[in-house]
Design a protein around this ligand. Structure first.
Ligand code: GLU
Length: 288
């Protein structure tokens, strides 16, 4: 039997949300609504250095102002509480242990500099040379299996060679990425004791019964990585719907530096959510 639609919005409280976030979350909400399903709000506040409670509060307030409504979340509760990722560490540790015992991940103490230097090897694709972890820096298979805790080191997922990760995006259609060409061994656990985004998001989307993930197209490669994690953990992946990114009038992708396009500033400047949502390209002229 097909499970009922469950979507989610998952902001990271490192700053004020901008119109780009709002548009993605709005699409997520509409899709949940059209499918007669549920929408979960998850606060992705894993990193205590960068995430601030004031931004958590602001995100909830700004998205409510914008017109977003959710069925479960930190402010309304629900079956899958807690909805703050910082309170879900034991689940991430279980996943780390599973991946480690099964040999999918290895401890990696190479510095960024080591990796940067090694990636200057001639065979790497120029565009990816700073993201592909060089195969010759990998330790032998089975390394790290006896570790009882992640310790103070990064852990990387050993990406299989000769694999193409393909998925049918609900918005973009067929997508495919080649392992070790489009992306390399990626970090699943950080040396500061926290799970990396790729692991935490998979564990939580699966635990919360999410059936479709709606997010920006900048995370397409992350989706390929995450599909490997689903497979390694023996979990059924959700569907994916990647949204186009919002750009400013000079064609640059919106980011936190676009203070004038934060929902907060727009509200203060007298814009209404209705008008913002109905303008053709959402932010035309607003950043001038
Ligand atoms: N917290 C992540 C972000 O804000 C969520 C990305 C996702 O939707 O998977 O970028």
């Amino acid at each position: 039997m097909k499970s009922p639609y469950r979507g989610r919005i998952a902001p990271t409280p490192t700053g004020y949300l901008h119109l780009g976030h709002a548009r993605t979350f709005w699409i997520a909400m509409e899709r949940a609504r059209e499918a007669g399903g549920q929408l979960v709000y998850r606060n992705e506040d894993l990193d205590p250095q960068r995430c601030k409670p004031k931004y958590t509060a602001a995100a909830l307030e700004d998205l409510r102002w914008f017109g977003c409504v959710w069925d479960e979340g930190p402010d309304v509760g629900g079956r899958f509480t807690p909805y703050h990722q910082s309170e879900r560490l034991p689940r991430f540790l279980d996943a780390w242990k599973h991946l480690k015992d099964a040999g999918y991940i290895y401890p990696c103490n190479k510095s960024r500099k080591d990796v940067a230097w090694a990636t200057q090897a001639p065979h790497n694709d120029e565009t990816n040379s700073d993201t592909i972890y060089p195969e010759h820096l990998r330790p032998p298979l089975g390394t790290g299996k006896v570790a009882q805790t992640p310790g103070h080191t990064n852990w990387r997922f050993r990406v299989p060679s000769d694999r193409r990760i393909a998925f049918d995006d609900r918005n973009l259609g067929p997508c495919a990425f080649d392992c070790l060409r489009d992306f390399g061994d990626f970090i699943v656990w950080r040396k500061d004791g926290l799970p990396a985004y790729e692991l935490a998001v998979v564990v939580d989307d699966a635990a919360m019964g999410i059936t479709e993930v709606v997010r920006g197209q900048d995370l397409l490669i992350s989706t390929a990585r995450q599909l490997l994690i689903y497979e390694a953990l023996g979990l059924h992946p959700p569907n994916f719907y990647h949204t186009p990114l919002l750009c400013d009038s000079s064609g640059q992708r919106l980011a936190k530096r676009h203070g004038s396009l934060s929902l907060r500033e727009l509200r203060v400047a007298g814009h209404t959510p209705q008008a913002l949502r109905t303008s053709d390209d959402w932010c035309s002229g607003l950043d001038n």
